[in-house]
Design a protein around this ligand. Structure first.
Ligand code: FE2
Length: 296
């Protein structure tokens, strides 16, 4: 009998600054400190996720951008160096990760059957994107679980947010059904910031927190609106509001990560747990979990 299920979901933003500030052995640059509220919040998220004893992390990242369909990592093992193209001074990270290929293939197969354009990424030299790496690192720093990595099909850019959301809902159904059939205890990660208007210059000391703040009050108001709705369990309203939020807050929700997560978890009506909210180069980032009451 299958006992597969989604035991939790998390809004798991991926600013490379958080890994830089943590100084893990995998990252070459070193920092003095920085972004503590977000990093300490992530530590609490990691603890709560570990208590659920998951088998696999399934992550959807805005930085694996595929314009023709949704792609899935399809090689059992990747090891290389990931360099953030915008912040090579902060993130040069040596990764070594395992992929749950059978589960990735099962999601891909169901998504394709639902009418989505899909592809398995079979190139062993493919460079895994830093969004996937940062969210997985901060959620599970010990890297002892396999992952499923899903690309962001840029339907928002190519069409609009409504088309993107329809596609993500189909992908979410495929994800949920494949997890159930797999017998795995899965954790879903939506790897994205909320508001995403950021500074265009960097301070001399990147971790100088006297220079860190949200870009503008408008972005902050949108972030608080989304966070409060999720804390009240109003995830369907969040999905309804996504077109306006994505445009007005210049949000990374254009990737579809949050829509996919909420739909795959059947639109949580219980309160999300907020571990931290904070800005990184002016963007708004919330670290949150959605743990079904029966799992908690
Ligand atoms: Fe990003």
């Amino acid at each position: 009998m299958s006992t597969g299920r989604i035991v939790a979901g998390a809004l798991a933003p991926h600013p490379p600054h958080l890994v830089y500030a943590d100084n893990p052995p995998q990252n070459e640059p070193t920092s003095e400190c920085g972004w503590e509220m977000l990093r300490w919040g992530y530590e609490r998220l990691a603890k709560d996720i570990a208590a659920l004893e998951p088998d696999v992390l399934i992550v959807l990242s805005p930085h694996w951008q595929t314009y023709i369909g949704t792609h899935f990592l399809g090689v059992p093992h990747f090891a290389s160096k990931s360099v953030d193209p915008v912040f090579p001074n902060l993130f040069r990270y040596h990764y070594d990760l395992k992929v749950d290929v059978p589960l990735a293939e099962a999601i891909e197969e169901r998504a394709r059957a639902a009418g989505l354009v899909t592809k398995m990424m079979r190139n062993p030299d493919f460079r895994v994107d830093y969004g996937t790496i940062v969210s997985c690192h901060l959620t599970r720093p010990q890297w002892d679980l396999p992952i499923v990595s899903i690309s962001s099909c840029r339907a928002t850019s190519y069409y609009n947010v409504d088309v993107m959301q329809e596609q993500q809902m189909a992908l979410a159904r495929a994800t949920r059904e494949a997890v159930v059939a797999s017998g795995r205890r899965a954790v879903l990660l939506a790897s994205e910031s909320l508001s995403h208007r950021h500074f265009v210059t960097e301070s001399a000391v990147p971790e100088d927190m006297s220079n860190e703040h949200i870009t503008n009050h408008h972005q902050y108001l949108w972030d608080m609106k989304l966070v409060e709705m999720l804390r009240r369990g109003e995830s369907r309203r969040v999905v309804d509001l996504m077109p306006e939020f994505t445009e007005q807050a210049v949000s990374e929700s254009d990737s579809g990560a949050l829509t996919w997560l909420l739909a795959a978890m059947d639109y949580p009506d219980y309160p999300a747990e907020l571990y931290a909210y904070g800005s990184v180069i002016g963007t708004g980032n919330a670290v949150m979990s959605f743990i079904p009451p029966e799992e908690a």
